[in-house]
Structures are given as structure tokens and as C-alpha cells.
Design a protein around this ligand. Structure first.
Ligand code: GDP
Ligand code: MG
Length: 371
């Protein structure tokens, strides 16, 4: 309660929302110590002037930047003007209901380092969104979860409404070109506990959205930049290399077994031929599973490596379980292609391997080496 919460609010042409915003914040935060830091990118509708005029009655400061530089950089600039130990970020257009701010403060008081107002947990939602917009939002989150592991602990890492202890970012070099500032904080901030509190992202009543197609492209660039800066890009490349080596082992061993070691090539229907061919595939698959596991454990995921033979075997077991399904997929596709569709086996096998590899990547990233 005694700690001051600094609420950073980036604005661009939000004249018609400011008064209601400040009033609703004042009501919601009666009894709390708080300050509002508006970071305005030189709006031409009088937003900054209006905010200035509310200073007498409310704890407000207004920063005006003359050349418009975007949303995330507004937050980064706002940070250096905050006096509180706790910082909140929210939109000015009332799509982030001010009444949720006390819930965020409560989460921080209860021990969270970062509290995210979330649309995608029980009790949260989006008002009036079309199916397309929902799908884009979900797709963007899926991509973040897939490529930026530290975001997986949050269901809504794209939220623009959140609160954090200032220590979290004290030593972090936040990239102001980044579009979604919460992604930056989750990826390069220092924290232990993240909590989500539900909220409904309501429709905008006044003013216009500044979201445009360019920002969707910028989002992809931002993910790429975060992958590069946090080492996830290198991990992705390593994983691909190990996967490639597994394919060589898998395919190469099948070739050796069927061409030089007496196993029958798949598709050949001599007596016992199908069993022999499938056995060759099974041996090749299992060998590549083990080589892939060892390489991933000591190379791709060396930083998440675990000690002790028991834990290692447990993880190998998990890995095998996942790959078992991948292996069955491979065997199924290989049999379908060769026996049913008459493909040459040395063409069918690599196709089957590719399908199985895609499955394996998704599941291992989300399970065996999950964070
Ligand atoms: N300072 C600053 N604020 C911005 C900029 N673009 C958008 N905003 C503010 O960021 C918040 C969210 O923007 P909005 O256009 O509503 O995005 P949407 O809710 O995703 O459609 C609002 O408070 C805007 O006024 C910008 O370039 N600079
Ligand atoms: Mg908005």
C-alpha cells in the first residue's frame, strides 16, 4: 500500500478518452499511492494539453516526444520518469479497464514479480472480436510460445496491460524498437514469479485504433530479434542440425540394413518381406532416437541439461514415448506409400521421416525440454 505504483500510459490522439481514464483510475485507486505517466507522441488533437490540465487534481506527469517513435519506445522512455518501485503499463483508450489495476497490485503484493492482465485465462476475454481477429491473436501467441520458451508460462504474453516490479528490468536492455513490450520483459527481464489476472479487453468507444498491418510484420521481426538476443535462434539451428543428423542415421541405417545386411526392402511382398522391411525401419528409427536424444541433451538443450542417470533415463523415456508416436507415423506413412501406393522405398522413407520429424519437433519443444 505504501509503495507507489507508477502507471505508464502511451498516448497518441486519445483526447476523448483521457478525462474518463483519469477519473476511473482515481476511483479504482482510492487509498493507493499511485502516479500516472503519460507518454504522448505529439498528438495533434490536444491529448497532452488536456492531460496537463488534469495535473492540479491528479498525480500526473506528461512527457511529450516531438517525433513519434511508437508504442514500445514510449514505455521505455516512460520508465525513466517513474518514481515508484512498481510499474504498470496500460492503454489510454479504456480498452484496458482501470478497475483491473487493483487486481494487478494485489498480485504483486502477493509475491508476483510480474502480473499480467490476461484475456486468455478463465474469466478473461475479448469483446466484439471477429473470428479472424481471434485467430490472428491466437496464432501470434502460438508463435511466441513456440519460439520464445520463456513466454510459455503466460497464456497472454501479447497483453499490453501488465504490472511489474521495477527491479525486473533494472539491468535489462529493453529494445525500444520492439513492438510488444511485455514480450521483451518476459524474455530479458529478471524475475521468478508471474501471475495472470483475468480481464476483458473491451471495445473502443472513442478515437481510433493505430494498429495496422505493418505491425504484424514488425511482430515477426521482433520475435526474430528476441530469438537472436536470447540465444533461442542458435538453439533452433542446433535442433535443426541434430534433426538432420537423425534423418541421416534413420535413412542411412535403413539403407544399410536393407541393401547390405539381408533385410527385405519395404514394399517387397515375398514371404516375411513386410515384417523384415518393417523391422529394418524400426531398428533405424530407434537408433536415430537415441542418437538424437544424446545430441539434444548435451548440445541443443545443454543449458537445461539435468544431472543424474535416473533423471536422464526418465527424460529418454519421455523422448522415446513421443518419438514412439512419431515412429508409428513414419512406419504408417512408409507402408502406405510403398505397399498401397507403390512408391519406391528409398523415396517413401524420407517422406515418412519428414512427416514424423515435424511431429517430433513440436512435441519435444513443448514437453521433453519444456520450461
Ligand atoms: N506514445 C504512443 N502511443 C501510442 C502509439 N500508437 C498507439 N499508442 C497508444 O497505445 C495504446 C494502444 O493503441 P491502440 O491503437 O488502441 O491499439 P489496439 O488496442 O491494439 O488497437 C493507446 O493508448 C494508443 O494511444 C504511438 O506511436 N506512440
Ligand atoms: Mg486500443
Amino acid at each position: 500500500m505504501n509503495k507507489t505504483t507508477s502507471i505508464i500510459i502511451p498516448t497518441y490522439n486519445e483526447h476523448d478518452n483521457i478525462t474518463a481514464l483519469v477519473q476511473r483510475l482515481a476511483e479504482a485507486l482510492t487509498g493507493y499511492n499511485y502516479e500516472i505517466v503519460f507518454v504522448d507522441d505529439n498528438s495533434n488533437d490536444g491529448t497532452a494539453e488536456l492531460a496537463e490540465s488534469l495535473k492540479d487534481e491528479h498525480p500526473i506527469s506528461v512527457i511529450v516526444r516531438k517525433d513519434k517513435r511508437g508504442l514500445a519506445s514510449a514505455v521505455v522512455d516512460g520508465l525513466s520518469h517513474t518514481s515508484g518501485g512498481i510499474v504498470a503499463v496500460m492503454d489510454a483508450d479504456l480498452q484496458h479497464p482501470p478497475e483491473v489495476v487493483p487486481d494487478l497490485i494485489k498480485a504483486i503484493e502477493e509475491g508476483a514479480d510480474i502480473a499480467v492482465a490476461s484475456r486468455y485465462i478463465e474469466g478473461g476475454g475479448c469483446q466484439g472480436w471477429s473470428l479472424t481477429r481471434k485467430l490472428i491473436s491466437r496464432g501470434a501467441i502460438f508463435l511466441a510460445h513456440l519460439l520464445l520458451p520463456a513466454t510459455r508460462q503466460v497464456n497472454d504474453p501479447m497483453s499490453g496491460f501488465f504490472m511489474f516490479k521495477k527491479d525486473v528490468v533494472t539491468n535489462a536492455r529493453l529494445n525500444p524498437a520492439g513492438f510488444k513490450i511485455l514480450l521483451e520483459i518476459l524474455m530479458i527481464g529478471k524475475f521468478r514469479n508471474v501471475t495472470e489476472v483475468p480481464f476483458t479487453f473491451v471495445t473502443r468507444e472513442k478515437g481510433e485504433s493505430k494498429l495496422n498491418a505493418r505491425q504484424q510484420v514488425d511482430y515477426l521481426k521482433h520475435i526474430y530479434s528476441l530469438m537472436r538476443r536470447t540465444g533461442e535462434l542458435v538453439r533452433f539451428i542446433k535442433f535443426a542440425l541434430v534433426g538432420g543428423s537423425g534423418i541421416v542415421v534413420n535413412y542411412g541405417l535403413y539403407w544399410i540394413l536393407t541393401r547390405f545386411a539381408g533385410f527385405t526392402p519395404l514394399g517387397n511382398t515375398v514371404t516375411g518381406g513386410i515384417i523384415s522391411g518393417n523391422l529394418a525401419i524400426a531398428i533405424s528409427i530407434e537408433t536415430s532416437i537415441v542418437t538424437n536424444f544424446l545430441l539434444n541433451n548435451y548440445f541443443t538443450f545443454a543449458d537445461r541439461n539435468i544431472r543424474g542417470i535416473k533423471a536422464l533415463l526418465g527424460r529418454l523415456f519421455n523422448f522415446n514415448l513421443i518419438c514412439l508416436i512419431g515412429g508409428l507415423i513414419q512406419i504408417g506413412v512408409a507402408n502406405l506409400l510403398t505397399i498401397t501406393l507403390g512408391f519406391y522405398d528409398l523415396i517413401a522413407i524420407p517422406i515418412a521421416i519428414i512427416v514424423a520429424t515435424m511431429w517430433n519437433y513440436l512435441l519435444n519443444n513443448f514437453w521433453t525440454w519444456r520450461q
